[in-house]
Design a protein around this ligand. Structure first.
Ligand SMILES: [Zn+2]
Length: 78
């Protein structure tokens, strides 16, 4: 899944948009997706994906820390 910084088909603003799950010809920003009346039946809303982005960032940060600690320990022992 990829997020594009493109023009939203609904509001016309340039935002991080994603292809609408309900209509693949539409690029929708999270704001418009959240306002969509079909979001109750939508299996994969754009705004939901937007929220889930935050988790990998935290994981990446701790992974980077792990790698750094590994390198440091190797330097200390080696
Ligand atoms: Zn929009």
């Amino acid at each position: 899944m990829t997020i594009y910084w493109e023009q939203c088909s609904i509001c016309g603003l340039h935002r991080p948009t994603r292809t609408c799950t309900m209509d693949e010809e539409l690029m929708v920003c999270p704001n418009c997706c959240f306002a969509c009346p079909r979001r109750d039946i939508c299996p994969n809303p754009v705004w939901k994906f937007d929220l889930s982005i935050r988790k990998p960032k935290k994981i990446r940060r701790s992974e980077a820390q792990k790698v750094l600690m590994d390198l440091l320990s190797k330097l200390e022992t080696g």
